[in-house]
Design a protein around this ligand. Structure first.
Ligand code: PRE
Length: 93
C-alpha cells in the first residue's frame, strides 16, 4: 500500500473512532448533567478534586503503552475542565 492510500485508510479509522467518541462523550455529558443537577439541589461544589484524581489515575493505569500516560492524564484533566464549565452553565440557568 502506498503512503497516500495508507494515510486515507488511517484517517478513515480515525473517523470511525471519532464517531464512537462522540457517542461516548454524549453519554458522559448526560451523566455529568444529572450530577450537576444533584450538586445544585444539594448546594455541593462543582469541583471535586479527590474524584478527579481517582478518574485520572484509573484511566492512566489502564493504558497498555506507558508513553501515553502524560497525554491521557492531560486528556482527562481537560475533559473535566469542560464538564465543570458545562455544569457551571447549568447553575447559571
Ligand atoms: O463526579 C462528579 O462529581 C462530577 O461532577 C463529574 C466530574 C467528571 O467529569 O468526571 C466533573 C467534575 C468534578 O470535579 C469531578 C468529576
Amino acid at each position: 500500500m502506498g503512503d497516500s492510500e495508507m494515510l486515507e485508510k488511517q484517517r478513515n479509522e480515525i473517523d470511525e473512532l471519532d464517531k464512537q467518541l462522540v457517542a461516548l462523550f454524549e453519554k458522559r455529558m448526560e451523566l455529568v448533567t444529572e450530577i450537576g443537577n444533584i450538586k445544585q439541589k444539594n448546594n455541593l461544589p462543582i469541583f471535586d478534586e479527590s474524584r478527579e484524581i481517582v478518574v485520572i489515575e484509573r484511566a492512566v493505569s489502564r493504558l497498555k503503552d506507558p508513553s501515553y500516560k502524560p497525554y491521557a492524564s492531560c486528556f482527562f484533566k481537560d475533559l473535566m475542565t469542560i464538564t465543570k464549565k458545562y455544569q457551571r452553565s447549568l447553575f447559571e440557568e
